[in-house]
Design a binder for this molecule. Structure first.
Ligand code: FES
Length: 78
């Protein structure tokens, strides 16, 4: 049995996923994920110029995460 995929929420930063991972866009195209790194950082601040990947802009814009950002969804969430 494979280990479940782990996505880590970095404080004031991206979501980090261990490689290997396949990322597919909304039209089903597989995105080119740099395979030379053990981790892939995905933007959650909304300001990256390389979405869905983090480009470090979260530091420039002063993104602050809150513990609730990584809380499980509730029935009130869309
Ligand atoms: S989280 Fe890093 S640029 Fe958005």
């Amino acid at each position: 049995m494979e280990a479940p995929l782990v996505i880590r929420c970095r404080k004031d930063g991206p979501l980090v996923v261990e490689q290997p991972v396949t990322i597919v866009d909304h039209e089903g195209r597989v995105l080119d994920v740099p395979g030379d790194k053990p981790l892939v950082a995905l933007c959650r601040c909304g300001h990256s110029r390389k979405k869905p990947f983090c480009d470090g802009t979260h530091r420039v814009v002063g993104f602050r995460s809150e513990p609730a950002d990584c809380a499980p969804p509730t029935s009130a969430d869309p």
